[in-house]
Design a protein around this ligand. Structure first.
Ligand code: ADQ
Length: 456
């Protein structure tokens, strides 16, 4: 079988043996360790002057090939175009887009450099799988260097409708670059539809059956491959974690109160500010719940060198202080707000302890936390998932209490419904979600994508 060559922005956290808080890292490592191959990407290091070298290291059946970025490339490509331009743009947050020509110049330069460094490592029958918004032009750059391999691209984040995408001057460059791939994978049918709508309306292309299309002189295919988890592995871990020291400590600290849990990277797309507002509305409108619920929000800081991330952190600190100042009693703190990461084993225990999984992004490609929360529940006494209708996961998780995160009263009502739900209803909603998670697990995601790429 041909090798798999995965290219993604970051490789380093896994290589250094650190716990990564990104969903992509978990998914890619799982896929590669089953098939074997190469994982190429940025090492996470920067250098001020001179040139860089690709460092390779083989562990088991995976060769990690990483390269550092020049400081100016880090600023323009990573901090700039990827995280201050594309991330807000693709999450429908035009007002947060920070656009500069030097950013896109750096973005193109780094993609060309990645392609140039990867090229000598490629064998003719390698399947190449490029991940995410940092590397949209990479496939086209490899093609321009003469590589005829099957090259697929998967976008982990949402794809916006054409009216939003065209607010960015580079929209044609971005979509044209995507068309150079043999297969373009999205998280949901909604994202596929947004992309094909651009192909029809803006690119003047034609769209056929099964996501096949022609545009900019290229023939390609766009399909949805919703990313999953391994639910039974997590369930086993959660069951084991129920007896872990930290889970017991958490349980003791709750003294019988119902736990609402949120776990997100500290990112404005996750809707934490409105989520805090909704919790405040819950305490305001349902006074009987005061002293009987505890909301624990775990949110490790991410991308702290981007201005909009520093701002959301400040906003959340203010809101957390406000809620606790307004409602706390001498023996009850309504909101526990933690800016740190936890080991997977600890998180699974926390998920299992929580009566409610509170997941309300304003826009999210998929949201693996929603799926992980469901998988970690005790089948006899499962908790309830309160989920934003704008998370990709909402298309699959039909047993969740679905809410509109922009409507804080509606979210507060959703929390109330979830807190009051009968055990029969909780069990039946959980069972229906768990069977979806098993059918669309992480293995299925990887197999379906690679099968479609091979057979194109
Ligand atoms: P993310 O935006 O990072 O991923 P998500 O899908 O929820 O979001 O994945 C986060 C992962 O990190 C989960 O596995 C979670 O358990 C873990 N994690 C989060 N906070 C943590 C903490 N405090 N400590 C330890 N682990 C933590 C992007 C897209 C998503 C898409 C994924 C995968 O934005 O929409 O679902 O990629 O494609």
């Amino acid at each position: 079988m041909s090798r798999l060559v995965v290219v993604s922005n970051r490789v380093a956290p896994i290589q250094e043996g650190k716990q990564s808080s990104g969903g992509l890292a978990v998914a890619v490592l799982d896929a590669l360790s089953e098939i074997g191959g190469v994982w190429f990407g940025w090492s996470g290091e920067t250098y001020a002057s001179g040139s860089s070298k690709v460092k390779t290291e083989t562990k088991g059946n995976i060769t990690y090939a990483t390269m550092p970025l020049a400081k100016r490339d880090y600023d323009a490509f990573y901090k700039g175009y990827a995280n201050a331009t594309l991330w807000p743009l693709f999450h429908y947050r035009m007002e947060l887009v920070d656009y500069h020509r030097r950013y896109v110049v750096g973005y193109r330069r780094v993609n060309e450099e990645f392609a140039g460094r990867l090229a000598p490592m490629l064998e003719a029958d390698d399947l190449v799988w490029v991940h995410d918004y940092h590397l949209i032009p990479l496939g086209r750059d490899l093609r321009m260097m003469g590589h005829r391999n099957r090259i697929g691209f998967f976008l982990h984040i949402p794809f916006p409708p054409p009216d939003l995408l065209t607010t960015c001057s580079d929209h044609a460059f971005l979509v044209q670059s995507m068309c150079a791939y043999d297969l373009i994978g999205f998280q949901t049918e909604n994202d596929v539809e947004n992309f094909l709508s651009y192909i029809r309306k803006v690119a003047g292309g034609t769209v056929g059956r099964g996501g096949r299309f022609e545009a900019y002189g290229e023939k390609s295919r766009a399909c949805a491959f919703p990313i999953g988890i391994y639910p039974d592995r997590l369930a086993a871990q959660a069951a084991a974690s129920a007896d872990a020291r930290q889970t017991k400590r958490l349980l003791r600290s709750l003294t019988g109160k119902d736990l609402i849990v949120g776990v997100d990277r500290l990112d404005y797309s996750k809707g934490l500010d409105r989520r805090f507002d909704a919790y405040e509305t819950l305490l305001e409108t349902a006074p009987s719940l005061r002293g009987h619920v505890t909301y624990m929000q775990i949110a490790p800081p991410s991308r702290s060198d981007v201005q909009s991330y520093r701002e959301i952190r400040e906003v959340l600190e203010g809101k957390a202080g406000h809620i606790n100042g307004r409602f706390a009693e001498f023996d009850w703190v309504p909101l526990r707000y933690l800016n740190k990461s936890f080991q997977r084993e600890q998180l699974t225990g926390f998920f299992r302890t929580a009566r409610i999984g509170f997941v309300t992004p304003l826009r999210d490609g998929m949201n693996l936390v929603a799926k992980e929360y469901v998988a970690c529940q005790d089948p006899e006494d499962p908790g309830v998932l309160v989920l934003s209708q704008f998370a990709g996961a909402a298309a699959e998780l039909d047993g969740a209490v679905t809410v509109n995160p922009y409507d804080t009263e509606y979210v507060a009502e959703g929390l109330q419904r979830a807190l009051a739900m009968s055990i029969e209803e909780r069990r039946s909603r959980w069972a229906s979600m768990m069977s979806v998670l098993r059918a669309n697990d992480l293995g299925a995601w990887r197999r379906n994508f690679l099968r479609a790429l091979r057979s194109r």
